[in-house]
Design a protein around this ligand. Structure first.
Ligand code: B3K
Ligand code: ZN
Length: 885
């Protein structure tokens, strides 16, 4: 907690460590009321920093120091200095050994950082700076050490004792205790340290690597969840294979373990050889997990596994370089998911998420570059910008270098830096060196925050048969960055003729056409490209596959968008044309609503979606994506001033009009899909997932009509579905309907059936928290007293309070400001319990500039109320103070 102004850390102040820790020997004595940690550190002066002997400053927080030795000398209070967060002492030689014993209290650790208890098991979370809550250490990623870890605990309560690396010894002690020693042969920073002790069962399997080594695979859970691991295990094996095939990367230890825990601040953690996962990202069973949850498990298992190379073997020099491992690894997991499922659908989902959420972050008070320049609390920088925009930056590199050049670059990067802690520049330099290109200007994507705007205009010269595209890029100011220099923007494009065929592309200065799809590089503020030999004016298909994270503006007419929706050969851009059409139509409805005009939906949107629905050749997953109107959150993001009620009612009006006009087609596709579903058992295959996606969105539309036959279908789906995807969706549409009696009945039935399954109850909370019908806040407040709810469990906080504040705009933004007050109250309570979760929960309040003055004032008032709290954590302090600045 904060006593004085928290310190700002700057990238420009980076200095290599004064000392290195060659070996780390840890012993944990785990008890119910305390844990003793003995650490033996083999240290030496970092030769790169000189030969003098500056004081050694170890990080340490919330530790009770019981004993301290320097070499063989017991130190007493006068020999060292101790404050809130450091232990400082003076070495006498260049090489020395420190032995310390500290007492810590994992049983009382509600922040879920360092060593803590999740239910009955002990586990750790050290990234970014949690290791300093375990023992005194040089807790920074550029200090890499060889770890040997011994755990001792009561054998009956904690039969399983795990840490990183390989098990090397174990034994029994008096008093019913036992111990185990693990050794990790790879040097690693402390943030990758992990230990687990508990009564766990595991699913075992094995994987033979490309060099024919046998790796034991184990996924550990509490006994009641042993039946929900197959999907995660399959995902792990697919990930291991994929990384060999696509990146040539092989796993390096003899054992790879995953442990599922219920109380976890984020999705999962890539500790070397011992990944620790939020149970929501491991457990999957058709009856309890939706298709989306299955896909998330697959993606997160892959992501953490891929970190073994992009993060662990090659790690970050300092936390400003976080995107070095996170952006790259998100890119890797996205490509893996694209290869395992539908590539186009994966891209659509990722882009919709990025544009709605990361673009909002990039335009808000916490905006920062992919490589930030400063922070107060690093936990606040595990952001959409570092992760998702970071991944887009890596994707652009691949677009620019081509698949082969990119692979040569990644090979060089891994070879050159294996075992090192490096920077984003090192990554780019490897890409440059492997390809003989200059990426100096490209590096601005790492240093400049904000979303570039790319305006494109066209002109056609029928006499010369030339077509000119003029690009103008700009980027709004961000906190601390007023001037932005031009980015390198790869624009993948094609030019279509009146039949939708891609035309040969010959640029001015070229002797012949070069392909029909090309990547132009826009590098100047203003830049034009002229295409030759075009007998008619073409229609451009721009920024295909969302080739750069920018806001593209081209003056398409609605008819042109309808044409692209139907004929663009790029699936992503077909969807994108539909979204742009829907945005135009919805914005028109928002205007009508605000003026009090009668609402009129442009019939072209109905026609366009009718033909999508009627297209049996189109992947049903694409049909579902195209039927989904842009979300309220996205419409908010693209508004100058967001009118919450007008956006909601305009969008609901459009949905009802579409449902009415398309009822027969929707019903036909619904019934077809539901019948297929009844005819075969659930499988999480791409084909079935696509079918259920279309079935469910069709049901959402149909339920707006209030028909008895649709209600009956919905209840049938709820009652008879053999899987959570159909059951949960049926419940969600009922909850959002006006069928009060049916709604209460299914909610009660669902809760009774799944009351002992916390992950399913999370979904039950979410569905209700997201319900936009009046009275949302009261419902959420009532649910907070439900026995399955707990503020101490991050999944519960996210699924109830988070879902309310992020996915229920009309209720969260209710006119009297009660939604804001409620959120501020929760942030204040959580600030003391779990600062990381408190600070995450704040996000919707930080977006106050998007709204009209009255709302702005109410939101700011709550931020100020939080700011006035006495013991603010640095996490919350940083977000609130930057939001008010
Ligand atoms: N590297 C971890 C994130 C740790 C967050 C710490 N506050 C999970 C991941 O990105 O794989
Ligand atoms: Zn990661």
């Amino acid at each position: 907690m904060r006593n004085d102004q928290p310190k700002v850390i700057f990238l420009k102040d980076y200095q290599a460590p004064d000392y290195l820790i060659d070996e780390t020997h840890l012993t944990f004595e785990l008890f119910e009321d305390q844990t003793l940690v003995h650490a033996q550190l083999i240290l030496r002066r970092n030769p790169a920093r000189g030969t003098d002997l500056p004081p050694l400053v170890l990080d340490g927080q919330q530790l009770e120091l019981l004993s301290l030795k320097l070499d063989d000398r017991e130190l007493t209070a006068g020999d060292y200095q101790l404050d809130d967060s450091h232990l400082t002492l003076q070495p006498a030689q260049a090489s020395f050994v420190i032995d310390s014993t500290v007492r810590i209290h994992p049983e009382a650790n509600t922040a879920l950082e360092g060593l803590y208890k999740s239910g009955k098991m002990f586990c750790t979370q050290c990234e970014a700076e949690g290791f300093r809550k375990i023992t005194y250490y040089l807790d920074r990623p550029d200090v890499m050490s060889k770890f040997t870890t011994t755990l001792s605990a009561d054998k009956q309560r904690y039969p399983v004792l795990l840490s990183n690396g390989n098990p090397i010894a174990s034994g029994e002690e008096e008093g019913g205790r036992h111990w185990a020693t693990w050794q990790d042969p790879f040097m690693k920073p402390a943030y990758l340290f992990a230990l687990v002790a508990g009564d766990l069962w595991c699913l075992e399997d094995s994987f033979t690597t490309m060099s024919q080594r046998e790796v034991a695979l184990r996924i550990y859970v509490e006994p009641e969840n042993i039946g929900k691991l197959q999907h995660a295990m399959d995902s792990l094996k697919k990930s291991m294979k994929w990384d060999e095939e696509v990146y040539g990367r092989e796993y390096d230890l003899d054992i790879f373990m995953i442990v599922a825990v219920n109380d976890f601040n984020m999705g999962a953690m890539e500790n070397k050889g011992l990944n620790i996962f939020n149970s929501s990202c491991v457990l999957a069973h058709p009856e309890t997990a939706t298709d989306a949850a299955h896909q998330r498990v697959e993606a997160v298992v892959a992501h953490e596994y891929f970190h073994n190379w992009s993060g662990n073997r090659v790690t970050c020099r300092d936390w400003f370089q976080l995107s070095l491992k996170e952006g790259f690894t998100v890119f890797r997991d996205a490509e893996f998911s694209a290869d395992m499922n539908s590539r186009t659908v994966k891209r659509i989902e990722d882009v919709a998420f990025l544009r709605t959420n990361q673009f909002a972050e990039d335009a808000g008070p916490m905006a920062h570059a992919v490589r930030p320049e400063s922070f107060i609390e690093i936990s606040n920088f595990y952001t959409l910008t570092v992760y998702e925009k970071g991944s887009e930056v890596v994707r652009m590199l691949r677009t620019l270098l081509g698949a082969k050049g990119f692979r040569q670059g990644s090979d060089l990067y891994f070879d050159r830096h294996d075992g090192q802690a490096v920077t984003c520049d090192d990554f780019i330099n490897a890409m440059e060196d492997a390809n003989g290109v200059d990426l100096t200007q490209f590096k601005r994507w790492y240093s400049q925050a904000g979303t570039p705007r790319l305006e494109v205009s066209e002109s056609y010269d029928p006499a010369a048969n030339t077509y000119r595209l003029a690009f103008r890029q700009s980027c709004p100011a961000s906190p601390g960055q007023s001037e932005k220099l031009p980015f390198v923007i790869p624009v993948e494009l094609a030019l279509l003729d009146s039949q939708g065929r891609e035309l040969p592309l010959q640029l001015m200065g070229e002797g012949a056409p070069v392909g029909i799809v090309r990547v132009l590089q826009v590098t100047e503020s203003e830049q034009a490209f002229t295409f030759l030999n075009l007998a008619d004016k073409p229609l451009p298909s721009l920024l295909r596959g969302f080739s750069a994270p920018v806001k593209l503006h081209f003056p398409y007419s609605r008819d042109q968008l309808m044409f692209l929706m139907q004929y663009d050969s790029d699936g992503f851009n077909r969807w994108e044309a539909g979204q742009q059409l829907a945005v135009q139509v919805l914005q028109e409805l928002v205007g009508q609503t605000q003026r009090g005009d009668s609402l009129l939906l442009d019939p072209r949107l109905i026609d366009a979606l009718r033909s999508v629905l009627g297209n049996e050749a189109l992947d049903p997953a694409m049909v579902a994506e195209m039927l989904a109107l842009p979300s309220e959150a996205y419409l908010t993001e693209i508004s100058e001033v967001a009118d919450v009620e007008a956006i909601h009612s305009a969008r609901e009006f459009a949905r009802l009009e579409l449902a009415t006009a398309l009822k027969s087609q929707l019903l036909q596709r619904y019934q077809q899909a539901r019948a297929a579903s009844r005819a075969e058992p659930y499988a999480a295959t791409a084909e079935q997932i696509a079918r259920r996606g279309l079935q469910n969105i069709a049901l959402s539309y149909l339920m707006l009509l209030g028909d008895a036959e649709v209600l009956a279908a919905c209840e049938e789906q709820f009652a008879n579905a053999d899987n959570m995807t159909e059951r949960l969706h049926a419940m969600a549409v009922l909850v959002n309907s006006s069928h009060e009696a049916e709604k209460s009945r299914v909610l009660a039935q669902f809760a009774e059936q799944f009351k002992d399954d916390p992950l399913v109850m999370d979904q039950w909370f979410s569905v209700q928290a997201g319900c936009s019908r009046p009275g949302g806040l009261e419902r959420v407040q009532a649910l907070m007293t439900h026995p399955a709810f707990s503020l101490k469990n991050p999944n519960k906080v996210r699924s109830l309070i988070g879902a309310f504040a992020n996915q229920n705009a009309v209720n969260f933004h209710c006119a009297d400001g009660a939604g804001y007050r409620f959120l501020a109250d929760q942030v204040i309570t959580l600030n003391a319990l779990n600062p990381q979760i408190a600070s995450r929960l704040l996000t919707p309040l930080t977006r106050w500039r998007k709204y009209a003055p009255a709302r702005q004032a109410q939101m700011r008032e709550q931020l100020q109320r939080i700011m006035a709290e006495p013991a603010l954590s640095p996490d919350v302090y940083e977000v609130v103070s930057k939001s008010l600045a």
